[in-house]
Ligand binder design. Structure first.
Ligand code: XMP
Length: 326
């Protein structure tokens, strides 16, 4: 039975020196645990899996195989960044799986949010399983489990767990971050040389943009979500809001309204801006945004995003609304 209690003597990792001490200790432990054997990791590009990847690359190099599944619901530039950072810069063994068509075909016509989530989760495990079967001699599965996952939900939280793999594919777990809090993971990630926009990024749900393309996902509306989200993130970064607002994104609902562009009537989607602050995501308040910035973002989105003629700002706290729209 694995020990799942953070040692009382463990100092909170708040400085580069403490992060370096943690890294040194983990490298020794990982090398002792893994030896000459092979490890597999599902690398989403989120903070936790990225930090695990960076640690394991240092500890065991090419004995690690990272699998990055592009399910088509990632933000603009994310798959490219995973390839750039891990394959090109860190020289990792990275399997990139373009599963976009597969996921979008499975999701076609599905409106109900929880069914969308289930399809995305189940399909992810299936794709990962297929990749795992192609590899010989894997004995370990690395996971980005962090301490809140253990505290919140017993063994391992569902969205971190690519468990659910069939019986004949059970590997020994490697969980180097399991006693760390999120802020400590970020300090360690920074010390490992990961880019700031990877280490200090806002929370992003497992089902990704899939729950921000409200109702049945279509490729063109999904692109409107991705492009408008990229504009919002760019403008938040430029205006010093990226590190200050807890979570911010766009949503494209499944309805159209009339508009006018170059003297011609249009019938197109609205984009909703959502930006919230919270401590624990159980309740949330709406972030106050400068009006000129909202106007500028509106202008950019209506000019640059195909199929959009209107921008709305969601000023509803949680409760009564959830943070996401689905
Ligand atoms: P809600 O919408 O429930 O969101 O107020 C609270 C926080 O949880 C995130 N979220 C998810 N994260 N899988 C995840 O990994 C999910 O299915 C999911 N749904 C919501 C949401 O982004 C917010 O930070």
């Amino acid at each position: 039975m694995a020990n799942n209690t953070r040692p009382e003597t463990m100092a909170r990792i708040t400085t580069p020196e403490l992060a370096q001490a943690f890294i040194d200790e983990q490298l020794a432990q990982l090398r002792a645990q893994i030896g000459e054997k092979k490890v597999l990791l599902a690398l989403s590009g989120g903070v936790d899996s990225s930090v695990v990847a960076a640690l394991l690359i240092r500890a065991v190099g090419k004995q690690l195989t990272c699998v990055h599944v592009n399910h088509g619901l990632l933000r603009k530039g994310e798959p490219e960044q995973v390839i750039e950072v891990f394959r090109n810069q860190m020289n990792a063994n990275l399997v990139y799986v373009d599963a976009v068509d597969r996921f979008l075909d499975k999701l076609a016509g599905v409106e109900e949010p929880e069914r969308k989530r289930k399809i995305i989760g189940a399909e992810f495990i299936r794709v990962f399983e297929e990749e795992a079967r192609k590899l010989d001699g894997i004995e370990f599965l690395a996971q980005g489990t962090i301490y809140p996952d253990i505290l919140e939900s017993g063994p391992v939280k569902a969205h971190h767990n690519v468990g659910g793999l069939p019986e004949d594919l059970q590997f020994e777990l490697v969980e180097p971050l399991k006693f760390l809090y999120k802020d400590e993971v970020r300090v360690v990630g920074h010390e490992l040389g990961l880019p700031d926009n990877m280490v200090y990024r806002q929370p992003f749900p497992g089902p990704g943009l899939g729950v921000r393309c409200v109702g049945a996902i279509t490729r063109d509306r999904l692109e409107a979500v991705r492009e408008s989200d990229a504009i919002l993130r760019e403008e938040f970064a430029k205006n010093g809001l990226a590190g200050k607002v807890w979570q911010y994104f766009t949503v494209v609902p499944d309805f159209k309204s009339t508009g006018i562009t170059d003297g011609k009537r249009t019938y197109a989607w609205p984009v909703v801006i959502r930006a919230v602050n919270t401590v624990d995501a159980v309740t949330a308040e709406v972030a106050e945004l400068p009006f000129p910035l909202l106007q500028h973002i509106t202008e950019r989105i209506t000019h640059e995003v195909k199929g959009v003629n209107r921008v709305l700002w969601d000023i509803t706290p949680k409760p009564s609304a959830t943070i996401e729209w689905e």
